[in-house]
Design a protein around this ligand. Structure first.
Ligand SMILES: *[C@@H]1O[C@H](CO)[C@@H](O)[C@H](O)[C@H]1NC(C)=O
Length: 382
């Protein structure tokens, strides 16, 4: 359901021919559908034509990880995960259900789903070479069990757990949101909660930290890099005044929208002041973390060369206070917007930094945010 001010905001952003007057992208942590599906939903809700090139889902930056695209990847999540993976360029994709069918002895938590007849493995699947976590699955116990099995067998479920398989297979995760606000009074589990389970089970069993090759979705820099790249593309295509140097990120969630925009702004600032921008990029490349500085040689920066350097020099955050629309409450729910969290709900690999949840601007509605941006940029729509 659209927030009324959102429709008005988009009337300002689109000219009479239905074309955007400035480059605009939508960044969502949702991940259980294709970009085109999300673009269609947004077009319908907002009443303006939106193309899939304007949409960034939590999984969209996976396009940059060319290195894994010809490898056999295990995908976890719900919705059309195989289609999503193929659409992102992955050629050999295995789902949790496929593993379950080929190795019927592994998923034993639910007594009713245990194999009725004695069965032997039909291990005809290729060896898994990387794991991609798209979003929260259903039947968590099945996914947790099989992902742990894959990590501990180095991708070959025909073999037993090995104690020395370190480093484990590359693991890429989309959407770190611990909780999200739906129609219920209190927030619901998000994919971040699933990741907490996986991290802790792995740690408990092996005594080692689970390591991510990449974490994407807001607030990771990777996602903002990708957004900047799409904005640059739009500007080029429409022959807008180049280069686009000022980015504005509008959102209602301090821990994702605001934190992410500020983190990316910090990256852009460091990039322009540091003598060696590559080093900064490397530091943030893997997880977006600046706390756990990963070992240089372990980091895959291949995606960096996929996108030319950003033209943007700043990314300003704008908090709107009308976010998660709840028809049952008049005041905005305080669960995850417009107030500071007292407990850090961000991902393990992201540090809590009060400066990062400080919005550049606070406005009531998204329409006010658009007005503010036009004013700041002295932009007069034709
Ligand atoms: C998987 O492990 C089994 C048992 O150790 C072995 O026979 C098989 O060759 C392995 N498969 C691959 C693809 O490495």
């Amino acid at each position: 359901m659209p927030i009324p001010a959102a429709k008005k905001a988009f009337e300002k952003l689109v000219n009479s021919q239905g074309q955007f007057v400035v480059p605009v992208v939508f960044v969502t942590n949702a991940g259980n559908c294709l970009r085109q599906t999300k673009a269609d939903q947004l077009s319908h809700i907002l009443g303006v034509p939106i193309t899939q090139d304007q949409v960034i889902m939590s999984h969209s930056p996976l396009r940059m990880f060319k290195k894994y695209q010809e490898k056999c990847v295990l995908v976890s999540g719900q919705g059309p995960v195989l289609d999503i993976a193929k659409n992102l360029g992955f050629e050999k994709v295995v789902s949790i259900d496929m593993l379950r069918e080929s190795f019927p002895l592994l998923d034993m938590v639910d007594h009713n789903r245990r194999p009725k007849l004695p069965s032997s493995p039909v291990g005809n699947l290729p060896k898994v070479e990387a794991v991609i976590l798209f979003g929260e699955p259903i039947r968590w116990e099945t996914n947790l069990q099989l992902i742990i099995d894959i990590l501990l067998t180095n991708g070959n479920l025909s073999s037993a757990h090995q104690s020395q398989t370190l480093p484990h297979l590359p693991l890429l995760a989309c959407n770190m949101d611990l909780l999200w606000m739906a129609e219920a009074q209190s927030p619901r589990f998000g994919h971040g909660t699933f990741l907490v389970c996986l991290e802790n089970i792995y740690k408990k069993i092996t005594g080692k930290e689970l390591k991510y090759e990449a974490l994407m979705g807001k607030p990771s820099e990777l996602t903002y890099h990708f957004a900047e790249y799409l904005i640059r593309g739009q500007a080029m295509e429409r022959q807008w005044k180049l280069p686009i140097t000022s980015l504005y990120a509008i959102g209602d969630n301090l821990m994702t929208d605001i934190y992410g925009a500020n983190l990316y702004n910090r990256y852009l600032e460091e990039r322009s002041t540091r003598k060696n921008p590559k080093a900064v990029a490397k530091m943030v490349a893997a997880t977006g973390s600046t706390t756990a500085v990963p070992q240089e040689e372990e980091i895959d920066t291949a995606w960096e060369s996929e996108l030319a350097p950003p033209s943007a020099t700043s990314c300003k955050s704008i908090l709107v206070c009308t976010g998660v629309y709840n028809p049952n409450t008049e005041v905005p729910s305080d669960a995850n917007h417009c107030i500071k969290e007292t407990v850090f709900h961000g991902h393990r690999d992201f540090r809590f930094d009060p400066a990062l949840v400080e919005p550049g601007h606070i406005v009531q509605h998204v329409e006010d945010a658009v007005d503010l941006i036009f004013e700041q940029e002295k932009f007069v729509p034709q």
